[in-house]
Design a protein around this ligand. Structure first.
Ligand SMILES: C[S@@+](CC[C@H](N)C(=O)[O-])C[C@H]1O[C@@H](n2cnc3c(N)ncnc32)[C@H](O)[C@@H]1O
Length: 277
C-alpha cells in the first residue's frame, strides 16, 4: 500500500517534484539520466504526482543537472577513493546508486526529519550511506560527519528554498566543519521578473507549490559566492545548455536550448557551479 504523506509541508513536497521529474525522464524513449530508482520511489508514495504538471523542459533540466552533478561526484571519488560525500537537501534522490562510489567512500544524505524518515521507509540500506535528519538552517547539522578526509559537498535543488543569508551561513558552516574540499550545486542564475510572475500567477501544479517556498533571488555572476566566503574559489561553471545531451533533445527544444546557450544570461539560468575551499 502506498505511503501517505499528507503531513508533508510544501518545502518537503519539493522532494516529490524532483523525484517525479526523474521518473518522467526515465519513462522517456531516450532518458537523459536513466534513474529507475526514482520511478520505483514515486510508485510507493500516495501523492498526486500528475497534479504537479511538470513541463517537459523541467523534466529534462532536472535529469540533466543530476547527471552533471553525478559526473562531478564520480570524478571526485575516482581521485579520492576515501572521500566523504555530503548531499545537502538529499530529498528522495539516490545519486549513490547511480555513481556507485568505491568501497572507501562514506555518503551523508541530509534532509528534514520527515523526508529522512520517508527515505528510511523507501530506500534499501546501504553500508556506505548515512542518513542525517537535520534542519540545514540550524547551527550543528554537520556535527556527526567526519572531518579530515577529502570532502565533496553537493546540493541539488536545495538553495532555492533558503534565503541568501541562510545559504551564506550554510556554506560557511560547511567550510568551518570540513576545512578543505569541494562544493558543487545546481543554480538558476538570477531569478528574473518573468519567472517570479509566472510563479505568482500559476493557479496550480509545480509552480504554485514553488511559489509558496521559493526564497532565493539568485545571482548571475558565478564568482558571487567567492565574495560571500573568501575561502571559496570557483573552479567550474557548466551550463546545461552547453551539455552534449542537448543534441538528443526533441527538435524544437534542442534548437531553443542551443540558442539560449549562445547568450550568457540565458545559459546561466541552468548551470552547475563547482568551487574549491
Ligand atoms: C527540490 S528538493 C531536492 C531534493 C533532492 N536533492 C533531489 O534532487 O531530488 C529540495 C529538498 O531540500 C530539502 N530542504 C529544504 N529546506 C531544508 C532545510 N532547511 N534543511 C534540510 N533540508 C531542507 C527539502 O526537504 C527537499 O527534500
Amino acid at each position: 500500500m502506498p505511503i501517505a504523506v499528507t503531513e508533508f509541508s510544501p518545502v518537503e513536497q519539493t522532494a516529490f517534484l524532483t523525484a517525479y521529474a526523474r521518473a518522467l525522464d526515465n519513462r522517456a524513449p531516450t532518458p537523459i539520466l536513466t534513474d529507475e530508482f526514482s520511478e520505483r520511489v514515486v510508485g510507493l508514495i500516495d501523492y498526486d504526482f500528475a497534479g504537479l504538471r511538470i513541463p517537459a523542459n523541467v523534466v529534462r533540466q532536472t535529469a540533466l543537472r543530476a547527471k552533471m552533478l553525478d559526473q562531478r561526484v564520480r570524478d571526485y571519488v575516482a581521485a579520492h577513493p576515501d572521500a566523504v560525500i555530503v548531499d545537502l537537501g538529499a530529498g528522495l534522490n539516490e545519486p549513490l546508486a547511480r555513481v556507485r562510489p568505491p568501497a572507501g567512500v562514506d555518503w551523508y544524505s541530509i534532509d528534514l526529519p520527515r523526508v529522512i524518515a520517508l527515505r528510511g521507509a523507501l530506500l534499501p540500506e546501504v553500508a556506505a550511506e548515512h542518513a542525517v535528519a537535520a534542519d540545514l538552517t540550524a547551527p550543528d547539522w554537520a556535527a556527526g560527519i567526519p572531518v579530515g578526509r577529502p570532502t565533496m559537498v553537493i546540493a541539488d535543488g536545495l538553495f532555492a528554498f533558503l534565503s541568501q543569508a541562510q545559504v551564506v551561513e550554510l556554506i560557511g558552516a560547511a567550510i568551518d566543519h570540513f576545512g578543505t574540499g569541494e562544493l558543487t550545486f545546481n543554480d538558476y542564475g538570477k531569478v528574473g521578473a518573468l519567472s517570479s510572475l509566472g510563479m505568482k500567477l500559476a493557479p496550480r501544479g509545480m509552480f504554485s507549490l514553488l511559489r509558496q517556498v521559493w526564497a532565493n533571488p539568485g545571482f548571475s555572476d558565478p564568482h558571487t559566492p567567492e565574495r560571500w566566503d573568501l575561502r571559496l574559489r570557483l573552479v567550474e561553471q557548466a551550463c546545461l545548455a552547453h551539455a552534449a545531451e542537448v543534441d538528443a533533445f526533441p527538435g524544437p527544444a534542442r534548437a531553443a536550448t542551443r540558442v539560449a546557450g549562445r547568450f550568457k544570461a540565458l545559459a546561466g539560468r541552468a548551470r552547475v557551479l563547482r568551487y574549491k575551499f
